[in-house]
Design a protein around this ligand. Structure first.
Ligand SMILES: Nc1nc2c(ncn2[C@@H]2O[C@H](COP(=O)(O)OP(=O)(O)OP(=O)(O)O)[C@@H](O)[C@H]2O)c(=O)[nH]1
Ligand SMILES: [Mg+2]
Length: 193
Protein backbone atom coordinates (compact mmCIF):
# COMPACT_ATOMS: atom_id res chain seq x y z
CA UNK A 1 0.00 0.00 0.00
CA UNK A 2 2.87 2.36 0.77
CA UNK A 3 4.45 1.85 -2.66
CA UNK A 4 1.14 2.67 -4.21
CA UNK A 5 1.48 6.31 -3.21
CA UNK A 6 5.09 6.51 -4.35
CA UNK A 7 3.91 6.87 -7.91
CA UNK A 8 2.50 10.28 -7.04
CA UNK A 9 5.74 11.88 -6.01
CA UNK A 10 9.04 12.58 -7.66
CA UNK A 11 11.94 12.85 -5.25
CA UNK A 12 14.78 14.92 -6.63
CA UNK A 13 18.18 14.03 -5.17
CA UNK A 14 19.70 17.49 -5.53
CA UNK A 15 17.64 20.52 -6.40
CA UNK A 16 19.43 23.16 -4.35
CA UNK A 17 19.36 23.82 -0.65
CA UNK A 18 16.21 25.96 -0.54
CA UNK A 19 14.05 23.71 -2.69
CA UNK A 20 11.85 21.06 -1.12
CA UNK A 21 13.01 17.71 -2.41
CA UNK A 22 9.49 16.45 -2.72
CA UNK A 23 7.63 17.52 -5.80
CA UNK A 24 3.91 16.92 -5.96
CA UNK A 25 2.24 16.91 -9.34
CA UNK A 26 -0.92 18.93 -9.91
CA UNK A 27 -2.74 19.20 -13.22
CA UNK A 28 -5.23 21.86 -14.28
CA UNK A 29 -7.89 20.82 -16.80
CA UNK A 30 -10.96 22.54 -18.17
CA UNK A 31 -12.27 23.87 -21.45
CA UNK A 32 -10.58 26.64 -23.40
CA UNK A 33 -10.97 30.09 -21.90
CA UNK A 34 -12.31 29.06 -18.48
CA UNK A 35 -9.39 30.87 -16.85
CA UNK A 36 -6.83 28.20 -15.85
CA UNK A 37 -3.71 30.06 -16.93
CA UNK A 38 -4.96 33.36 -15.51
CA UNK A 39 -5.66 31.69 -12.14
CA UNK A 40 -2.18 30.16 -11.99
CA UNK A 41 -0.60 33.47 -12.97
CA UNK A 42 -2.67 35.36 -10.42
CA UNK A 43 -1.42 33.01 -7.72
CA UNK A 44 2.22 33.05 -8.85
CA UNK A 45 2.54 36.78 -9.56
CA UNK A 46 -0.35 38.36 -7.62
CA UNK A 47 -1.47 40.06 -10.81
CA UNK A 48 -4.55 39.73 -12.96
CA UNK A 49 -3.33 39.40 -16.50
CA UNK A 50 -6.30 40.00 -18.79
CA UNK A 51 -4.28 39.52 -21.95
CA UNK A 52 -3.56 35.82 -21.38
CA UNK A 53 -3.08 33.95 -24.64
CA UNK A 54 -4.62 30.52 -25.09
CA UNK A 55 -2.29 27.80 -23.89
CA UNK A 56 -0.72 25.82 -26.68
CA UNK A 57 -0.31 22.21 -25.57
CA UNK A 58 0.65 22.27 -21.90
CA UNK A 59 2.19 24.97 -19.70
CA UNK A 60 4.47 24.06 -16.81
CA UNK A 61 5.58 25.73 -13.57
CA UNK A 62 7.53 24.63 -10.52
CA UNK A 63 6.41 26.40 -7.37
CA UNK A 64 7.88 26.15 -3.88
CA UNK A 65 5.49 26.89 -1.04
CA UNK A 66 4.89 26.27 2.64
CA UNK A 67 1.70 25.08 4.23
CA UNK A 68 1.32 24.98 8.00
CA UNK A 69 5.08 25.01 8.45
CA UNK A 70 5.87 22.29 5.93
CA UNK A 71 7.62 22.89 2.62
CA UNK A 72 6.41 21.46 -0.63
CA UNK A 73 7.24 21.97 -4.27
CA UNK A 74 4.45 21.73 -6.78
CA UNK A 75 4.88 20.85 -10.41
CA UNK A 76 1.92 22.58 -12.01
CA UNK A 77 0.74 21.38 -15.41
CA UNK A 78 -1.65 23.71 -17.22
CA UNK A 79 -3.47 21.94 -20.06
CA UNK A 80 -4.54 23.92 -23.10
CA UNK A 81 -8.30 23.47 -23.27
CA UNK A 82 -8.93 24.12 -26.93
CA UNK A 83 -10.62 21.23 -28.72
CA UNK A 84 -7.66 20.44 -30.95
CA UNK A 85 -5.41 19.78 -27.93
CA UNK A 86 -7.98 17.53 -26.26
CA UNK A 87 -8.16 15.49 -29.42
CA UNK A 88 -4.42 15.00 -29.65
CA UNK A 89 -4.73 12.24 -27.06
CA UNK A 90 -1.83 13.48 -24.93
CA UNK A 91 -3.58 14.50 -21.76
CA UNK A 92 -3.90 11.03 -20.20
CA UNK A 93 -0.13 11.08 -19.86
CA UNK A 94 -0.14 14.49 -18.21
CA UNK A 95 -2.75 13.48 -15.63
CA UNK A 96 -0.96 10.23 -14.79
CA UNK A 97 0.52 10.23 -11.31
CA UNK A 98 -1.01 13.56 -10.27
CA UNK A 99 -1.79 13.99 -6.58
CA UNK A 100 -4.42 16.59 -7.40
CA UNK A 101 -6.40 17.42 -10.52
CA UNK A 102 -8.03 20.84 -10.61
CA UNK A 103 -11.06 20.66 -12.89
CA UNK A 104 -12.17 24.16 -13.75
CA UNK A 105 -15.27 25.60 -15.36
CA UNK A 106 -16.38 29.14 -16.08
CA UNK A 107 -19.25 30.48 -13.94
CA UNK A 108 -20.33 32.68 -16.86
CA UNK A 109 -20.63 29.74 -19.26
CA UNK A 110 -22.77 26.70 -18.37
CA UNK A 111 -21.43 24.80 -21.37
CA UNK A 112 -18.04 24.64 -19.69
CA UNK A 113 -19.56 22.39 -16.99
CA UNK A 114 -20.55 19.93 -19.71
CA UNK A 115 -16.97 20.02 -20.94
CA UNK A 116 -15.71 18.64 -17.60
CA UNK A 117 -16.80 15.15 -18.62
CA UNK A 118 -13.89 14.84 -21.02
CA UNK A 119 -11.46 16.25 -18.47
CA UNK A 120 -12.60 13.85 -15.78
CA UNK A 121 -11.95 11.08 -18.31
CA UNK A 122 -8.26 12.04 -18.24
CA UNK A 123 -8.00 11.74 -14.45
CA UNK A 124 -5.91 8.77 -13.39
CA UNK A 125 -8.41 6.56 -11.56
CA UNK A 126 -5.78 3.91 -10.71
CA UNK A 127 -3.80 6.27 -8.53
CA UNK A 128 -6.87 7.93 -7.03
CA UNK A 129 -5.97 11.51 -7.87
CA UNK A 130 -8.03 13.91 -5.74
CA UNK A 131 -10.24 16.31 -7.67
CA UNK A 132 -10.76 19.95 -6.73
CA UNK A 133 -13.60 21.55 -8.67
CA UNK A 134 -13.13 25.25 -9.40
CA UNK A 135 -15.74 27.67 -10.72
CA UNK A 136 -13.88 30.62 -12.19
CA UNK A 137 -14.68 34.29 -12.99
CA UNK A 138 -16.92 34.84 -9.96
CA UNK A 139 -16.50 38.61 -10.42
CA UNK A 140 -18.59 38.46 -13.60
CA UNK A 141 -22.38 37.95 -13.88
CA UNK A 142 -23.10 34.26 -13.46
CA UNK A 143 -24.77 32.21 -16.18
CA UNK A 144 -28.33 31.74 -14.80
CA UNK A 145 -28.22 28.13 -15.99
CA UNK A 146 -25.58 27.41 -13.34
CA UNK A 147 -27.95 26.92 -10.41
CA UNK A 148 -26.77 25.63 -7.03
CA UNK A 149 -28.15 22.14 -7.66
CA UNK A 150 -26.19 21.91 -10.92
CA UNK A 151 -23.02 22.70 -9.01
CA UNK A 152 -23.95 20.15 -6.31
CA UNK A 153 -24.51 17.47 -8.96
CA UNK A 154 -21.18 18.31 -10.60
CA UNK A 155 -19.33 18.00 -7.28
CA UNK A 156 -20.86 14.54 -6.77
CA UNK A 157 -20.41 13.41 -10.37
CA UNK A 158 -16.67 14.06 -10.30
CA UNK A 159 -16.10 13.03 -6.67
CA UNK A 160 -14.63 16.44 -5.97
CA UNK A 161 -13.28 16.71 -2.44
CA UNK A 162 -13.55 20.50 -2.55
CA UNK A 163 -15.45 23.10 -4.58
CA UNK A 164 -14.00 26.62 -4.75
CA UNK A 165 -15.25 29.68 -6.60
CA UNK A 166 -12.49 31.98 -7.77
CA UNK A 167 -11.89 35.31 -9.39
CA UNK A 168 -8.50 36.04 -10.83
CA UNK A 169 -9.67 39.64 -11.23
CA UNK A 170 -10.29 40.34 -7.52
CA UNK A 171 -8.33 37.42 -6.09
CA UNK A 172 -11.24 35.63 -4.40
CA UNK A 173 -10.46 31.98 -3.69
CA UNK A 174 -7.12 32.00 -5.51
CA UNK A 175 -4.91 31.38 -2.44
CA UNK A 176 -7.41 28.84 -1.17
CA UNK A 177 -7.05 26.70 -4.30
CA UNK A 178 -3.29 26.43 -3.83
CA UNK A 179 -3.52 25.98 -0.07
CA UNK A 180 -5.89 23.09 -0.64
CA UNK A 181 -3.55 21.60 -3.24
CA UNK A 182 -0.70 21.82 -0.74
CA UNK A 183 -2.77 20.41 2.13
CA UNK A 184 -4.01 17.44 0.13
CA UNK A 185 -0.55 16.75 -1.29
CA UNK A 186 1.14 16.93 2.10
CA UNK A 187 -1.47 14.60 3.61
CA UNK A 188 -0.76 12.04 0.91
CA UNK A 189 2.99 12.46 1.14
CA UNK A 190 2.78 11.91 4.92
CA UNK A 191 1.42 8.48 4.15
CA UNK A 192 4.63 7.49 2.34
CA UNK A 193 7.14 9.01 4.80
N1 LIG B 1 -13.18 38.89 -15.36
C1 LIG B 1 -12.43 37.80 -15.32
N2 LIG B 1 -11.80 37.38 -16.45
C2 LIG B 1 -11.02 36.26 -16.37
C3 LIG B 1 -10.86 35.55 -15.15
N3 LIG B 1 -10.05 34.51 -15.39
C4 LIG B 1 -9.73 34.57 -16.68
N4 LIG B 1 -10.31 35.63 -17.29
C5 LIG B 1 -10.19 35.99 -18.70
O1 LIG B 1 -10.65 34.88 -19.47
C6 LIG B 1 -9.85 34.73 -20.64
C7 LIG B 1 -9.32 33.31 -20.74
O2 LIG B 1 -8.44 33.06 -19.67
P1 LIG B 1 -7.28 31.95 -19.74
O3 LIG B 1 -6.63 31.94 -18.40
O4 LIG B 1 -6.42 32.17 -20.90
O5 LIG B 1 -8.12 30.62 -19.96
P2 LIG B 1 -7.54 29.14 -20.10
O6 LIG B 1 -8.48 28.26 -19.34
O7 LIG B 1 -6.12 29.08 -19.69
O8 LIG B 1 -7.71 28.87 -21.66
P3 LIG B 1 -6.90 27.80 -22.58
O9 LIG B 1 -5.44 28.09 -22.40
O10 LIG B 1 -7.38 28.05 -23.96
O11 LIG B 1 -7.28 26.45 -22.08
C8 LIG B 1 -8.74 35.80 -20.55
O12 LIG B 1 -9.12 36.91 -21.36
C9 LIG B 1 -8.74 36.19 -19.09
O13 LIG B 1 -8.35 37.54 -18.90
C10 LIG B 1 -11.53 36.04 -13.98
O14 LIG B 1 -11.46 35.47 -12.88
N5 LIG B 1 -12.31 37.16 -14.13
MG1 LIG C 1 -4.43 28.52 -20.70
Amino acid sequence: MICYYKTYVDKLPCWGASMSKIIAKVVFGGDGGVGKTTLIQRYLTGEFIDTTKLTIGVGFHIHQMSHQGRDISLSVWDCGGQEQFKQMGIFDNYFRGALVAVLMFDLTRALSIGGLNTWYGFVDKNTKTDVILVGGKSDLPRDPLIADDIVEDTIKKYNAIRYIETSSANGLGVELVFNEIARISLDKISEID
